[in-house]
Design a protein around this ligand. Structure first.
Ligand code: GLC
Length: 644
């Protein structure tokens, strides 16, 4: 198909009348600007010979979807287009929460908007609020609909009221688009089960084990303990369905262009509710190919970019977050490479930083952290990270083995040490976490537990050990100080702002007890929050320290992400030092001590931040003093140095 086809299409064939408002004109422009790339990507996935008809259908669909977008959101899109890269701002601070565990439902959440303002949070990730099957449903990640509101959380009206209020307050909303799979209760799955071949073609469904067995040779298992294998036999169809995650989560077949087009419609219905950031759940898995691990395939990148470019035409104010918890070298690829650079996802989870920070906590050394981060490929400008310590999932030890080797450690033993340290297998460890999906055959496992419990607060409180309590608080604050200052958007996991401990109640619930991730999905403790103002309890110390870090971040433009992160090398193996640079000498130097003994760094290596009387710690407000050419840090101390 040549370009002339595209222009003919623009001039005559599509039905949407070219209006003369700015909104419509800009739509036309975006449409024509993206069209060539959309076409190339579409035909790279769906060869032109047999799929022209679907491409035409896609082109006809875009203006229809645009028409359906509510006007206030179209206006916001234009505002954001003009503003550009709004998601890089130092003003953004996120929180992730389960609506029902936070304050019952959507109206309950709305009543707490003031709480976020008090803390300084203005970006919310609500865990799935869409309908899900009864019983096990992977915390809502088994979806029965992409855009309806599950009754337990309220109604669509409640959501629209919430999003409107959030817009008034300049707050950002992120919701999940569980693009890789639907539940087995989803209308398409039900139709497939009733024998409808069209809908069987929406999934990876096979009459016998031939292809499943061939896939199994290379596919890893995601939940080996609770959902071994990657295929599930369906009695009704008497066929095998690909279910990479849980048996009730059916993987969508994106090699069918109709699935892509339908899912684009679902995506737009979701964002039209007032969603600003779409969390693309498990996106690395969206394309399957025999003989591969079916993760991070080049086709996935083409597919996501295709979604991106279509969404950009219709709703340019909305951006994508890549939930790609994969190898460090693979994550940055979701920002787009080559002709897709900057066109794929604007934001990605910084899973590498997260895992490395936990490594530094357990080892009290920053060697692996520094080495791994220094070697990471630079992300493209105009993209950013979500920096986080804990989320609703487990902590995977996704480091590159060769850096562990280079340090002189044995990767297998090192991973075992980390699991032992965090999961209560070492007497002296202050951490209280649990093993997740441990495989005794390979020794592989992941870690669950709340931030505070993993950092020692739970054990210290149990033992009523004042020194350990104080040290756990320092660790919690230092770790939050890192995510607040590292390049990207800091994301607090709801409850961590008051040092919430593990929640063991999941063990009593039939649908949850096999999944220890529920240990770190606690109910929000409003009683504790009501008495925070005394400033004396561990919870209130943590809350006010995090609140202060947020305020400082907001006041400092160096924290906007312009790829202005520079690492400092220091021979001390316990410190982590980086600068957020600025052209006008308004940069900030972050220094942390991961050891439980005092550590020092050379004054001279800190450049202008090491000049007596010129250097000030933003957190304590104190001018810096140096002794014998050294700056000393207390155990788990955090400095944010600026020059005056
Ligand atoms: C993502 C979610 C996780 C879920 C999985 C399958 O990784 O974060 O909670 O289990 O996708 O949907």
């Amino acid at each position: 198909m040549n370009q002339a086809f595209l222009h003919k299409f623009l001039a005559s064939e599509h039905q949407y009348p070219i209006g003369d408002t700015e909104i419509d004109k800009l739509f036309e422009l975006r449409f024509s600007t993206n069209l060539t790339l959309i076409k190339d990507l579409f035909f790279s996935l769906y060869p032109e010979e047999s799929h022209s008809i679907w491409f035409k259908r896609l082109l006809l669909e875009l203006p229809v979807l645009f028409k359906e977008r509510p006007t206030p959101l179209k206006l916001q899109d234009i505002q954001r287009l003009k503003q550009g890269n709004w998601y890089l701002s130092e003003h953004l601070i996120g929180m992730q929460l389960y609506v029902d565990h936070f304050n019952k439902d959507l109206s309950g959440l709305e009543k707490k908007l003031g709480y976020f303002e008090k803390l300084g949070v203005n970006f919310l990730h609500l865990m799935p609020i869409t309908p899900r099957p009864k019983g096990e449903n992977d915390g809502g990640y088994a979806v029965n609909s992409y855009h309806e509101v599950d009754k337990r959380f309220g109604t669509e009206k409640d959501l629209l009221r919430l999003t409107e209020k959030m817009r008034d307050k300049n707050m950002i909303l992120m919701l999940d688009f569980v693009a890789n799979h639907t539940s087995n209760d989803f209308p398409w799955a039900k139709k497939a089960m009733s024998g409808d071949l069209k809908y069987q073609g929406y999934y990876h469904i096979y009459p016998d084990r031939t292809i499943p067995d061939a896939f199994e040779k290379t596919l890893p298992e995601i939940f080996p303990k609770t959902s071994p294998g990657n295929f599930t036999y369906n009695q009704k169809m008497q066929k095998w369905v690909m279910t990479v995650f849980n048996q009730y989560q059916w993987d969508l077949n994106y090699s069918n262009p109709e699935v892509f087009i339908e899912m684009l419609g679902n995506l737009l219905k979701l964002v039209n509710l007032g969603v600003d950031v779409v969390r693309l759940d498990a996106l690395a898995f969206m394309w399957k190919k025999l003989g591969t691990q079916s993760q991070n395939l080049p086709e996935v990148h083409a597919l996501i970019t295709l979604f991106r470019l279509c969404l950009q035409v219709i709703a340019p104010g909305v951006v994508f977050l890549a939930e790609a918890i994969v190898a460090p070298q693979e994550i940055t690829k979701y920002f787009g490479l080559g002709r897709m650079k900057g066109n794929e996802c604007e934001i990605a989870y910084n899973a590498t930083l997260m895992a490395l920070l936990w490594d530094a906590i357990a080892t009290k050394k920053t060697i692996l952290l520094n080495k791994s981060l220094h070697h990471l490929p630079k992300k493209p400008k105009e993209t950013t990270w979500i920096n986080y310590l804990r989320c609703h999932d487990d902590i995977g030890l996704g480091f590159d083995d060769h850096y562990i080797h280079e340090i002189g450690w044995n990767p297998k033993e090192h991973r075992k040490f980390l699991l032992d340290y965090f999961c209560q297998n070492i007497e002296w460890s202050p951490a209280k976490g649990e093993l997740f999906m441990y495989n005794p055959k390979t020794g592989d496992g992941r870690i669950t537990g709340s931030c505070a419990s993993l950092l020692g607060l739970e054990k210290a409180l149990e033992q009523n050990d004042k020194a350990q309590i104080s040290q756990a608080i320092d660790k919690i604050i230092m770790m939050h100080g890192i995510i607040m200052s590292y390049g990207g958007i800091p994301f607090i996991y709801a409850g961590d702002e008051i040092g919430t401990l593990n929640d063991y109640s999941y063990r009593e619930e039939a649908d949850k007890k096999e999944d220890s991730r529920w240990i770190n999905r606690p109910y929000h403790d409003w009683e504790t929050i009501a008495s925070l103002d005394n400033g004396k309890t561990p919870q209130s110390k943590i809350f006010f320290a995090i609140q202060q870090l947020i305020q400082l971040r907001r006041q400092n433009q160096a924290f906007a992400d312009s790829n202005n992160l520079v690492f400092y090398d220091d021979p001390n193996p316990h410190v982590f030092i980086y600068e957020r640079t600025s052209n006008d000498s308004k940069g900030v130097l972050v220094i942390c001590n991961f050891d439980d003994t005092p550590q020092s760094v050379d004054q001279i290596s800190l450049g202008s931040y090491g000049e007596t009387m010129r250097s000030i710690d933003l957190i304590s407000g104190k001018k810096m003093t140096f002794t014998n050419g050294k700056l000393t840090l207390r155990p788990y101390q955090l400095y944010w140095l600026a020059t005056v």
